[in-house]
Write a protein that binds this ligand. Structure first.
Ligand SMILES: [Zn+2]
Length: 317
């Protein structure tokens, strides 16, 4: 009896598998190479350039903090078996160092290595954050390189070269994907330049963490923010809040930004006090499970940021 049940279960499983294989698009079957990306922007860029020739997996679960990520044994197996690992690079992915040291054969592309890295900076009014034990100083690079669409182009070009090298048969397809995607990135870039050019001021305020230095640098924007980079969410000091409120008033800034997954508390205080608006400026660092499921893209999120920026640089109410 048990044997029959086992056989029946096996038969069912075969049916299921056969069904899945038939339903899945060609690229998901068999020996399709798997690309593994650590963070969302790496995932989206890999998906755009690889097109249907590879399956791309996002390693850091949606909605979770990439800086405190710890890989499971399954993640380790994925990295080991992947055709290419696309990572952010830098200190925030220190968890990756040992893994890659032990697995020299895994091809890797780090987004940070594709661009001119900028140091994290502390601007006037920013909350001081704990920088780790002494002796651990040296320059601290901002790792959120993808926030500049120009950097996105550089990353995608490097990705394309890497894929062509790993899979020469797909070269034509990768280059065509890159060309099409680049066109959209340059359009986005031109739209940002236009909004900045037509803006009434060149200052933006992040009542939040500030992981978008590459973005403001690219478009010549000045900024004030509560915390540098991706600092752990700390309570802002009364001094920081007061400073940002003063800036909103002095420069008559119609909207302050918050980033994704923020508690928005500070922005609420500032808005209540000054009457300015609170708008989302998505850093594309991380998306929710629902957004990922719905197929949200870097381009889509950045196009929404474009609208937010237009309001924030526009007239005071
Ligand atoms: Zn970060």
């Amino acid at each position: 009896m048990r044997m029959i049940r086992a056989l029946a279960a096996l038969f069912l499983l075969c049916l299921l598998l056969a069904g899945c294989a038939a339903a899945a698009p060609a690229e998901e079957s068999g020996d399709v190479p798997e690309l593994v990306a650590t963070v969302f922007p790496a995932y989206d860029f890999a998906r755009q350039i690889a097109g249907g020739r590879a399956r791309v997996t996002l390693l850091v679960p949606p909605g979770s903090e990439s800086h405190s990520f710890e890989p499971t044994p399954r993640d380790m197996a994925r990295i080991e078996g992947c055709a290419l690992l696309v990572c952010n690079g830098g200190e925030s992915e220190a968890w990756l160092d040992q893994i890659l040291e032990d697995r020299e054969q895994v091809p890797v592309l780090s987004m940070l290595s594709c661009v001119q890295a900028l140091e994290e900076e502390t601007v006037e009014g920013m909350q001081e954050v704990y920088e780790g034990p002494e002796g651990d100083e040296g320059p601290e690079y901002d790792e959120h390189v993808w926030t500049s669409p120009v950097n996105a182009v550089l990353i995608c070009r490097a990705l394309c070269e890497k894929l062509c090298e790993l899979d020469p048969e797909g070269e034509e397809s990768y280059r065509a994907n890159l060309a099409a995607y680049e066109e959209q990135l340059w359009e986005l870039d031109a739209a940002f330049r236009e909004v900045v050019k037509n803006g009434q001021r060149d200052t933006v305020i992040f009542a939040d963490r500030f992981p978008v230095r590459y973005f403001t640098e690219e478009y010549g924007l000045r900024y004030y923010a509560a915390f540098p980079g991706c600092a752990d969410d700390a309570e802002p000091s009364a001094k920081t809040v007061a400073f940002l409120i003063d800036k909103v008033r002095q420069e008559q800034i119609p909207a302050v930004f918050t980033i994704e997954f923020s508690n928005q508390k500070m922005a609420d205080v500032i808005c209540e006090d000054t009457g300015c608006q609170k708008l989302l400026f998505h850093s594309c660092h991380n998306v929710s499970a629902e957004e990922l499921e719905a197929g949200v893209s870097y381009l889509e999120l950045m196009r929404n940021d474009l609208k937010s920026l237009e309001v924030a640089l526009g007239p005071w109410r």
